[in-house]
Design a protein around this ligand. Structure first.
Ligand code: 6YU
Length: 510
């Protein structure tokens, strides 16, 4: 019998589907399939937990959470994550005016505080320059071939703006600008902005509206999506080794074989892969048989996938004054070149410490003085715990992964002593740090369009694999890296999961 014809007939039946990865893209795909009555699917997840790069951990017994991965809902309008959070009352603890009650400090290495007026002036110029970077893509303005990086553009344009300042005034502005570059590296997910394509920078679409955190934890979004997926459809601790996508199984009429590291095989009509771009970069050659087409491999190799890590310090007593939200670290200089001793410089890539939780313990009771976006009240001098969080990216971020928690604590104490000009910073009770770079099932944090790659590569990345003798997509690709405008975000990942599930559903709809 003509196998393809038999498959065409079976299109009236519900197919068997394998989803690789239980991050938000995989869970969204499963939720969409369930909603459409496609119940015959399995989500194979390599690790022992669902969520992938969404990972909320409890920091006490009172429900306070710290985010090891995704932190903010990036914008409100048209953001499906915001819609889920809002409809399910996950943002109720939020107080819109919280940040008005606390302020940021901008401090130089010698402890000198920089005036808000200068910061605002630099921020204004910096914001204009970022806008200009985006305009190259948005308005189709060509960039110069030799100088197509966000880093080079920002540095050379800012140099010009600095021309009218001299001495200390110039130095302070330069330090604020340098600090903004470190922050931008974390936003873009790169080591240096010289890696980020200027011509493609504006392809990322920023959604309007504020950036919320989710007080019960970002994982609460996943719990809501997971409600429509039966538990039996999840298969944890099942790392997939190989996807054979041009294999005919006459017995089953199903065409894709997914082989796991433990040797177990799953046969399916369709597979949705949601593994990260980092995993694809490291493993795509051995993961797909036959090999991926040339243009997809080129896209995988060329698109950027950087490392962003967090360092979270839990103190048993307040370190930062209760009216401070964030300390911006204005380092004197960056020592990033080859041969730099990372052991003595890694922390210079951290651009701030922010207070993520600050609560007072009165006997057995806990009163919030403010989560990331929470309310701040002065409640006297009872026992106060404080959580500070720092971010860093690139080589320094991967180096930090190799340090012990004691070493990280030692270095952070020195930073706080220096910038706060305090002799007596207590030892943190706990250090939590992420290791997204060495996590073998992530191999980095999120996608950016690197110099030499193109936004159109995302189209190649998401293109399904269809055997030559067929018109039926067998392996489909979702995950944040496959969203054309919202790459690097949770909403991009979620929408990509819906998109690929819909692609399958539409094959079976009359
Ligand atoms: C957001 C935010 N946020 C901070 C940090 C990180 C990320 N993001 P997953 O990897 O989750 O799932 C795949 C699963 O597959 C996983 O469970 C694996 O274990 C499994 N797997 C792998 N291999 C397997 C195998 N062989 N077999 C079986 N299973 C396997 N997003 O919306 N707000 O604040 C941040 C942030 C530190 C690490 C973020 C944020 C990114 C999201 O977390 C991420 O996109 C999604 O969770 C990915 O979900 P997924 O399902 O696709 O993969 C140029 C330019 C400008 C553009 N950039 C602007 C940027 C704004 C975003 N950046 C800031 C991000 C922060 C702060």
């Amino acid at each position: 019998m003509d196998l393809e014809k038999s498959t065409e007939n079976s299109r009236t039946l519900k197919p068997k589907i394998i989803i690789i990865g239980a991050g938000i893209a995989g869970i969204a795909a499963g939720e969409f399939l369930s909603r459409k009555g496609f119940t015959d699917f399995q989500i194979l997840e390599a690790t022992g937990r669902t969520g992938g790069r969404i990972w909320s951990v409890s920091v006490d017994d009172d429900g306070h959470k710290a985010e090891l991965g995704a932190n903010w809902i990036h914008g409100i309008e048209r953001n499906p994550i915001f819609q889920i959070a809002d409809q399910n009352h996950l943002l109720q603890l939020r107080h819109a005016d919280h940040t008005l009650k606390r302020h940021d400090l901008y401090v130089m290495e010698n402890g000198t505080r920089v005036s808000e007026k200068i910061v605002k002036e630099v921020d204004f110029s910096y914001g204009m320059l970022i806008q200009q970077c985006e305009d190259f893509f948005v308005s189709g303005i060509p960039t110069s071939d030799e100088n197509d990086s966000v880093g080079e553009y920002l540095v050379s344009e800012f140099e010009e703006k600095l021309d009218k300042y001299s001495n200390n005034d110039r130095k302070v502005r330069q330090l604020i600008f340098n600090q903004r570059l470190l922050l931008e590296c974390c936003i873009s997910g790169c080591d240096r902005l010289e890696e980020v394509s200027l011509s493609e920078f504006g392809s990322y679409e920023e959604l309007p509206g504020v950036h919320y955190t989710i007080p019960p934890g970002f994982e609460a979004i996943l719990e809501i999506l997971k409600k429509s997926i039966p538990e039996k459809n999840f298969c944890l601790n099942k790392p997939v080794k190989c996807v054979s996508w041009d294999m005919s199984s006459e017995k089953t009429g199903q065409k894709v074989c997914v082989e796991c590291e433990d040797g177990e095989k799953f046969y399916a009509n369709h597979v949705i892969s949601t593994v990260s771009l980092g995993v694809l970069k490291a493993a795509c050659d051995r993961m797909f048989v036959p090999p991926l087409p040339k243009d997809k491999k080129e896209a995988i190799q060329s698109l950027g996938f950087g490392i962003v890590n967090k360092v979270i310090l839990e103190f048993d007593e307040p370190v930062v004054a209760s009216d401070v939200f964030r300390i911006h670290l204005l380092w004197d200089s960056q020592e990033n070149g080859p041969g730099t001793d990372l052991r003595s410089t890694w922390f210079r890539k951290m651009y701030s410490f922010e207070v993520v939780h600050d609560h007072v313990l009165i006997g057995d009771q806990v009163q919030d003085r403010g989560t990331c976006n929470g309310e701040t009240n002065h409640i006297g001098s009872q026992h106060t715990r404080q959580l500070l969080m720092g971010w860093l990216s690139g080589n320094q971020a991967i180096f930090m992964e190799s340090l012990t928690e004691e070493e990280i604590a030692d270095d952070c104490i020195e930073i706080l002593k220096k910038f706060l000009q305090k002799k007596d910073i207590p030892r943190p009770k706990r250090v939590l740090r992420t290791r997204w770079g060495s996590n073998q099932y992530t191999r980095g944090s999120y996608t950016f369009i690197a110099v030499g790659s193109y936004h159109s590569y995302i189209d190649s990345l998401m293109e399904p694999l269809t055997p030559v003798d067929s018109d039926t997509p067998r392996v489909l690709f979702a995950g944040e890296a496959t969203h054309p405008t919202f790459y690097s975000t949770t909403h991009g990942a979620l929408l990509s999961g819906y998109r690929e599930a819909q692609r399958i559903v539409s094959l079976y709809s009359p």
